[in-house]
Design a protein around this ligand. Sequence first.
Ligand code: KG4
Ligand code: ZN
Length: 337
Amino acid sequence: MLVLGLETSCDETAAAILKDGDTLLSNIINDQIDIHSEYGGIVPELAGRSHNERVHRVIKESLQKADLQLRDIDLIAVTMGPGLIGSLLVGLNTAKGLSYGLRKPMIGVNHLEGHILAIYLQKKVKFPFIALVVSGGHTELYRVSGFGQYKLLGRTRDDAAGESFDKVGKMLGLPYPGGPAIEKLARNGNGNSHKFPRAHLEKGSLDFSFSGLKTSVRTFLNHRQQDSTITVTDEDISAGFQDAVLEVLVAKLIMACKREKLSRIVVTGGVASNGALREAVKKEAQCWGFESFFPDPIFCTDNAAMIACAGYYKFVRDPSSSSLFKELDAKASLSIE
Ligand code: KG4
Ligand code: ZN
């Protein structure tokens, strides 16, 4: 079975072709960093327009790479939410056009389910497990009991972890997106030169909060500007900030495992491509006798292979969840529970 995945929920225009749920024939990702970097963040209007310009080229490339024609595709899986509405609509309407023209079924996929099931492109992790989805728009902990069975255990109350990386990156004058740039600087910094606060919230809470940490970085930067005796470097600040984010993510992940009595962990989403986070989770998980799994970085950041994968499993479970072109709506907010 050949599934064409389409992803346009944020600022990546992506198409991928997946055979029988596990053989990835192509995975084309066209990011829009060139467009948004000038503004230091995503401009929704520009994102939507750019998806429109790029989506057909990206689909064509995915077919060429897989050495296939459009008529060979059996199912079109497309992100229907959550995300930027103008961006989602481009992918969804493209899928509807293809579905109508080809008379092939299409299926709507939740972007978060895509992130969680990205691991299935590489490893069929046994259910149940704890999933931490940590990206530019989401920081959420789920108990995953099976395909389509997700229970939300905790989420950010303000900024997503990736968003805080991007905002701190902007404060430090780093290129967008801030996450990879901060990770790089942090390698040469000392996180203890200045210790930033950790928001653990009320005792036992599995929720997150990163806006206080972001403010704390801004306050410290202002302070440093006015006091020439402070020798803390941008590298040190990056390391200190990253340590503060990672410490809370790891602590809550372990707390969630203990509370749910589960010993398998999947960490996914753009921030999961951070090497220091991967190392910290692996180390702590090992201490507790838990197993941890991470999709390769290319499957952590937004991509269409994960959408094809989630669409495939949704279809196999329930073919009636697919339809010909007309019934799906894009949803800016969409829960997976
Ligand atoms: O999953 P993703 O591509 O898009 C969303 O669904 O949001 O995640 C993008 C986010 C951005 O905030 C970016 O800064 C962050 O993931 N990110 C990282 C790293 N690579 C990407 N954050 C920290 N370290 C990284 N290496
Ligand atoms: Zn994402």
